[in-house]
Design a protein around this ligand. Sequence first.
Ligand SMILES: Cc1cc2nc3c(=O)[nH]c(=O)nc-3n(C[C@H](O)[C@H](O)[C@H](O)COP(=O)(O)OP(=O)(O)OC[C@H]3O[C@@H](n4cnc5c(N)ncnc54)[C@H](O)[C@@H]3O)c2cc1C
Length: 489
Amino acid sequence: MSILIVGAGPAGLEAASAILKSHQSSPDPANQPPLPSITIIERGSSAGSNILSHWPNVSLFSPWRLNVSSSSLSLLPPAVAQKINSQPSACPTGAEYCDLYISPLSQILSSHPSVTISYNTTLVSLSRSQALKKSMLGRADSNFVALVETTTTAPRSVENSNSDSNSNSDSGVGGGAGVGGGFGAGAGAGVVVTVSESILQDFTHVIDCSGAHHPTPTFFGRGGIPAVGERSLVGDAHHLCNDIADDLTDDYFDEDTKDNCYAVFGSGYSAATTVRNLLGRKNTLRVYWLMRRVPTEDSPLYPVIENDILPSRADLCSSSNELGFGEEEDERCKVLANACCSKVTRVGGADAEFITLTLEELIPELEQEGFVPDEIRVHKIYNNVGLKPDQSTTEELQVHYCYASQGPMKLAASLGAGGGDCLAQVSAGIDVLKSPEPNFFILGIKSYGRNSAYLLKLGFDQAKEVAAFITGVEVTMEETMVSNNWIDS
Ligand SMILES: Cc1cc2nc3c(=O)[nH]c(=O)nc-3n(C[C@H](O)[C@H](O)[C@H](O)COP(=O)(O)OP(=O)(O)OC[C@H]3O[C@@H](n4cnc5c(N)ncnc54)[C@H](O)[C@@H]3O)c2cc1C
């Protein structure tokens, strides 16, 4: 048995550790099948890469006790596990979460003889080696095959400065047999970046934990299409930040900076967090908070859950409701509800000093207090209108996605249309996690598609269910400890 896990985020690492745990818990160790080989491929240069590159400074609103699984915790060095256990109610930032949990866990897992983690390795496309997408028979008998891209960087030298476009590599990566070819990619000052393609094959199972950060973000124009000019901002981190507060360091907010007017799009927890972080900075002059929804006093933006067991979520909800509609308004923040952006114009080209947003009311006939101005000027846009998963990698497989949420269909149907309280979510069981494609699973935040109610703890349950299915060994709640005796052997 050979398992490919896509993504070394919390869900991917948990899937690997749950499989090891299930295997160790076999009731009949003498007759247990050999341990599967596990290959994890990760696009980034380290585990937890989406968190580290998109939201390192954002505090999770779930506390440590909900952000770790007991079986993975038991793999960590005792001092690390103790540090985590000593602060069960504290909410780490994304970077702290990766430093203390994700990074040590990835190191421990990669030291296991059956586990390989290949970084800088991106899944491009998956299929069955002997079956096309349209083939209905024999799919389970044909192993998975994947095209991956591996990125390497090397210092520019006299020799390679002349051969960027011809750089080549024929090395495979990970556990599968490799067939490779390469080509030069863009090069920064003093560095040559080479992207090589290779084929990984012979996987009996694939667990897709690649998250929901699609290379092309969701757009803030009318109905979710791009506003005029919005696409030209994609990839320009200074002007279109699909993620949250990734540069909110004190250095960025230097006293002299003129870049201090912002537009924040969205009305979820991410947008609320961005607005709060921006207003927490002394140099912020103006935050325009643009949203399609129209909150009222009776129907607030963020319903506050009575006795919420997540105090930081409760704080965020109450303070965000106050911002626009309560008595404790911050005059620097202008909430623009029922707002829609139709056009984005950079003034000044690449060194733009500001961006003009042309606005209109989403529903013109709606009677509401306040108004949506025709035009605003900002220095930076935070686009927090939601995440969406990348389905392109599974195009050649028979995966049934929900046409609304873009999550796998059975799970999406079990969740229903509404998001609901993420804490109330429970994993729906292995039958719901199975897709029409045999032995292919989508776990983690990608399994929720555009539905934002996903929490880490759900991924831990999903991983346990899939591990039990793959290994045939169910792990009970009591059997929480995983031995890490491979480390000594
Ligand atoms: C700002 C923010 C705050 C959040 N706060 C909380 C919270 O407080 N509590 C909570 O429980 N949840 C929270 N979540 C939700 C969720 O738990 C996290 O997003 C979590 O990181 C999801 O883990 P994951 O492993 O499913 O996906 P990710 O963390 O996104 O990991 C996916 C990994 O796959 C890699 N990858 C992607 N595509 C490919 C590819 N083609 N090939 C190879 N590798 C690939 C990525 O580089 C990444 O490392 C938050 C989410 C966001 C965005």
